[in-house]
Design a protein around this ligand. Structure first.
Ligand code: EPU
Length: 430
């Protein structure tokens, strides 16, 4: 890859934000991180070259590039375009050092098995937001005829030829749906995945696979049908805009009571985010053809309850950012996290800024306060780091955020984009 991961790693720097500044203008959204990661794994299904456009320049994308390189793929990244030459895919072992840092790299197991008949991928392990097991991926691959053994922390999967099957997922896991959909594209016969995840990134991956000749129907609904084909061909594909990056800028506008236009977006991907902002009292409107605008409302900003759910429910990846916003909304709000079991760690950091939040189990009860006051805080995971940036933009005085390596996993040039809207923030050595 032409940009080195080292350039992006920023463990020693901190973000200094002077809060209380109004934002104004238009901000651009990059390609979706979670589409890019799945599609990079999906490219292994192709036995030629693929060109993927609108790929965000993120640490996680570069880590996935390193996994592909280790498998024998030639990877070139240049200003948002990723060229993957998969002609010489020959290694079936994904390196532990990378898989342990990037859970999404586990998704290579499906394509590797489909292409090479063997895959050896380390168990990804838990992370800052939960234990994140992979049994749904494993059971689904077994249903497709693979022999799967887990030994010494490594998942070994073999199959001379995968065979289509009916698979019911106990939970609509995004990753398991993606793994099984990819594996089924080259299987013999028809696979039906019931209770599939309906996230836009699943649809994007399906569209990418279809552009290579895969036969997939129903992506975006609860039932996905895949009819296996012998091989997939070269393609050029462009990734959808990142709905979570867009949502984060929408909350940036709201929390600073500003007027900001965010483009490009696919408005239907943002329905719950738009609805909740309007419910709180902001004006969030779709601006045709591909923008969304957030403006201050006329009255008070009222707290609301939020429960995270699989798509089309409210996204867990926007929960922390909305919690930051609710700390400054009137009255009480209850935020319930149902997708991940440990995704409320930002509460303690928001409390350092003066937020009034109590946690009970997977619920956070927020009592709105009139203002937040800047303080040193530490990011605990990707979306938590975004929530702290948002809180810092609204807080009185200076907020200093450390733990920025989390932020750089999922947001490309976040501070540059916010500065272009007028925000006062700078990244400096710690
Ligand atoms: N789960 C299981 N068993 C499995 C698979 C999942 O119990 O075999 C559980 C997980 O532990 C979790 C829940 O199911 O509690 C949902 O997990 P899912 O598999 O849907 O999530 P994922 O594929 O691991 C992707 C995104 C996440 C996003 C979730 C939910 C990627 C690379 N990651 O994760 O993104 O939160 O879907 O929408 O696509 C982020 O971008 O900040 C992020 C964490």
């Amino acid at each position: 890859m032409t940009t080195q991961v080292g350039e992006l790693l920023t463990t020693d720097s901190v973000l200094r934000i002077r809060g209380g500044v109004l934002l104004r203008g238009e901000v651009g959204v990059n390609g979706a991180k979670n589409s890019a990661l799945a599609i990079m794994a999906g490219a292994l299904l192709c036995s030629q070259e693929c060109r993927i456009r609108n790929v965000p320049n993120l640490v996680d994308v570069h880590r996935m590039g390193q996994v592909l390189t280790a498998l024998g793929v030639k990877v070139r990244y240049d200003r948002g375009a990723l060229e993957l030459d998969v002609t010489h895919l020959h290694r079936s072992l994904a390196p532990y050092e990378i898989v342990s840092q990037l859970r999404a790299s586990f998704f290579v197991i499906g394509p590797l098995l489909a292409r090479l008949g063997v895959a050896r991928v380390p168990m990804p392990g838990g992370c800052a937001i939960g234990a994140r097991p992979v049994e749904l991926h494993v059971r689904g691959l077994q249903a497709l005829g693979a022999v799967v053994q887990i030994e010494h922390g490594m998942v070994h999967a073999y199959a001379r030829k995968l065979k289509g099957a009916n698979i019911y997922l106990d939970y609509p896991s995004v990753g398991a749906t993606e793994t099984l959909m990819m594996a089924a594209t080259l299987a013999e016969g028809e696979t039906v995945i019931e209770n599939a995840a309906q996230e836009p990134e699943v649809v994007d991956l399906a569209n990418f696979c279809r552009s290579m000749g895969a036969k997939i129907r129903g992506a975006g609904t609860k039932t996905i049908t895949v009819v296996g084909v012998p091989r997939l061909h070269t393609t050029e594909y462009s990734i959808i805009p990142d709905r979570i990056e867009a949502g984060t800028f929408m909350v940036a506008a709201a929390i600073t009571r500003s007027d900001v236009l965010i483009t490009p977006v696919i408005p239907e991907h943002l329905t719950p985010v738009i609805a909740k902002l309007n419910e709180i009292g902001f004006q969030a409107t779709v601006e045709a053809p591909n923008g969304v605008r957030v403006q201050p409302g006329a009255g008070v900003y009222q707290g609301t309850d939020i429960e995270t759910l699989p798509f089309p429910g409210f996204p867990t990846d926007m929960q922390a950012q909305f919690m930051a916003l609710l700390t400054l909304s009137e009255g009480s709000s209850v935020v319930t996290e149902t997708v991940f079991e440990n995704r409320l760690r930002h509460v303690a950091e928001l409390q350092r800024l003066g937020a009034n939040i109590r946690v009970k189990g997977n619920h956070a009860v927020i009592q709105g306060v009139p203002f937040l006051s800047g303080a040193p805080v530490t990011a605990t995971d990707l979306r938590a780091s975004a929530a702290l940036v948002l809180a810092g933009l609204a807080a009185q005085g200076e907020t200093v955020i450390s733990g920025l390596h989390h932020l750089d996993r999922g947001y490309e040039r976040l501070e540059e984009k916010l500065r272009s809207l007028g925000a006062d923030l700078v990244r400096v050595a710690a």
